[in-house]
Design a protein. Structure first.
Length: 143
């Protein structure tokens, strides 16, 4: 006779493991050291905000992309999943027909500070302003 009971238990054991492991993985996704935020404004050559522009961040290492869209002020926020091992990774950012590449810069030993950069698309130029990131994020979160 075959051990049917033991063989049929494997799916349940796998499910039990998943239920135990998944909450810890889901919690980790929300930790500051698993995200990299790119935010900024998209404006035309005269400085007027552009609403409804799709902004895409693409991880060059994996090809995985994250999408955002500008609001009435031309503001966008993209939250990507980058861990400590992703420091120095190249990220391609597209806003409409404009494309630029930035590098994920952060201290992989700092697990408390928000990680990210500010990237503005002004007319035909992309301008990265990493020193403006924290204050812009703070204003966004206070909305």
């Amino acid at each position: 006779m075959k051990p049917l009971v033991a063989r049929n238990l494997w799916p349940w054991i796998g499910l039990a493991f998943s239920l135990v492991a998944l909450p810890s993985l889901a919690t980790a996704e929300h930790e500051v050291f698993y995200r990299y935020v790119v935010l900024g404004y998209v404006k035309d050559v005269k400085g007027a905000p552009l609403r409804g522009v799709t902004v895409e961040l693409i991880r060059e290492k994996t090809g995985f992309s994250y999408l955002g869209e500008t609001d009435a002020e031309g503001f966008y926020v993209i939250v990507s999943r980058l861990g400590d091992e992703s420091v120095g990774e190249r990220l391609r950012v597209k806003a409409g027909s404009l494309t630029t590449t930035i590098v994920a810069r952060f201290d992989p030993d700092n697990h408390t500070a928000d990680r990210g950069t500010r990237l503005d698309f002004l007319g035909k130029n992309a301008v990265e302003r990493p020193t403006w990131f924290a204050s812009t994020l703070k204003r966004f979160l206070a909305r």
